[in-house]
Design a protein around this ligand. Structure first.
Ligand code: UDX
Length: 439
């Protein structure tokens, strides 16, 4: 069984490496020669725990190859995964499918009879059927199968999620497609991972509905946090208690500065756009998109108001990545919050353990620091934006002594009363009572 993986972005690279780990012969293809050269040299192009080791081992053992040659790779492949980007289209928020169709055209020209073509990228409902018709029209002479196989990988634990998923979802239209998927996921199958074999359309809807639901859950708890702040409640206590109801579940109830990343913002917009287009309005998700945008602005506003009140001029920003254990800054709340602080005349000194090189071009005017403590030095306000482990165990007495002021805005609820007591810091978190000095 030979696998071709088209696209070596986040999803393609993790999936390609993991299929090689399952023992298959995998060739990863990308148009960008610079990325392919780095991968050929054994360099991992994204930061993802565990990926480095698997890539090195499988490349060394000859199961994993990187190339820019799509046609020859596809001509030799039994299963061809499409894992190219589907960014938000400017204006209407719909997913831009141009890279999917470009890949489909190239695959159609080169595929061998009986090829199984699998779309892994997140695509709007109807795309798999449409791509199938598109390829069939281009190559009426070559039999092939179409499969929709959405991924549910979380950045920062993508390797673990691939190797130990809650479930695998495959949408198929024929037996050959479903048999091929049973073969490529056999190692998981043996471990009794549930495999949902369904229609192409269901698989597409499942992916969007799953992400939309999770984004809605985060947005819900963020609004509960707002209510807690106004009424003297504590969102962590509330989340813990409601989460114990199995119908609700304890995960994704962590209040914060709003969701970001490469999936939730783009997928909620695309899902809402599909609802509008199909005349099945997804009103809840429309609101989720709006509330989340507003939330990022209101986070910046809190800090700006505190700065105005205290006469602060300098803010230390800890964490740029949209979440820990990734160097990904796509749609990170920090990309809205930091420019808003700068616009209000504040100087921002920033640190992130992994995301600095991605963040530097996106955040002009920021003073970049080599450590959290260096960023904090001389700042009147510190804002904790991403819950990296390195920021969970800061010496808060040292933080207070390095700062010129004493305001700590913890937008991830990392610290508690015992940590703050005796430090001299005035501590503001999300949906919990203010602590410390002037509390
Ligand atoms: C998500 C989905 O989890 C994954 O299944 C899908 O395939 C891709 O999108 P990812 O974007 O890597 O994965 O991040 P995730 O851990 O889901 O977090 C998304 C955002 O929500 C982050 O900004 C995170 O900080 C935020 N979040 C998450 C919260 O604010 N609170 C929570 O309780 C959980």
């Amino acid at each position: 069984m030979k696998i071709a993986m088209i696209g070596t972005g986040y999803v393609g690279l993790v999936s390609g490496v993991c299929f090689a780990e399952f023992g298959f012969q995998v060739t990863c293809v990308d148009k960008n020669p610079a990325i392919i050269e780095r991968l050929q040299a054994g360099e991992v192009t994204i930061y993802e725990p565990g990926l480095d080791e698997l890539l090195t081992r499988n490349a060394r053992d000859g199961r994993l190859i990187f190339t820019t040659e799509l046609a020859s790779t596809v001509a030799d492949a039994d299963v061809i995964f499409i894992a190219v980007g589907t960014p938000s289209r400017r204006g209407d928020g719909e997913a831009d499918l141009q890279y999917i169709y470009a890949a489909a055209d190239e695959i159609a020209a080169a595929m061998k009879p009986g090829a199984v073509i699998v779309i892994k990228s997140t695509v709007v409902v109807g795309t798999n059927a449409d791509v199938r018709a598109h390829i069939a029209k281009a190559r009426p002479d070559v039999p092939f199968s179409m499969v929709s196989n959405p991924e549910f990988l979380r950045e920062g634990s993508a390797v673990e999620d691939f190797l130990r998923p809650d479930r695998v979802v495959v949408g198929v239209h024929d037996e050959r497609g479903s048999n091929a998927m049973k073969r490529v996921y056999r190692p998981l199958y043996l471990r009794e991972t549930p495999m949902i074999v369904t229609t192409l359309e269901n698989a597409e809807i499942i992916k969007y509905a799953a992400n939309a639901f999770l984004a809605m859950k985060v947005t819900f708890i963020n609004e509960v946090a707002d209510l807690c702040e106004k009424t003297g409640g504590n969102v962590q206590d509330v989340a813990r208690a409601i989460g114990m109801d199995n119908r609700i579940g304890s995960k994704f109830l962590h209040a914060g500065p709003g969701f970001g990343g490469s999936c939730f913002p783009k997928d909620t917009r695309a899902y809402a756009a599909t609802g509008r287009k199909m005349n099945a309005p997804q009103t809840l998700i429309e609101q989720v998109v709006m509330v989340n945008e507003q939330r990022k602005r209101s986070m910046a506003e809190r800090v700006i108001q505190a700065a105005a009140k205290s006469g602060a001029k300098t803010v230390a920003a800890l964490g740029i990545a949209f979440k820990p254990n990734t160097d990904d800054i796509r749609e990170s709340p920090s990309l809205d919050i930091i420019p808003a602080l700068q616009k209000a005349g504040l100087t921002v000194r920033a640190h992130d353990p992994e995301a600095r090189s991605a963040a530097e071009p996106a955040l002009p005017g920021v003073v970049w620091c080599k450590s959290a403590y260096e960023a904090i030095e001389g700042a009147e306000i510190t804002v904790l934006l991403t819950e990296w482990n390195a920021y969970r165990a800061l010496d808060l007495k040292k933080v207070a002594s390095l700062m010129k002021g004493n305001l700590l805005f913890d937008l991830r609820n990392v610290y508690g009363e015992q940590d703050i007591d005796g430090t001299g810091l005035e501590y503001h978190s999300i949906g919990r009572p203010r602590l410390g000095q002037s509390a």
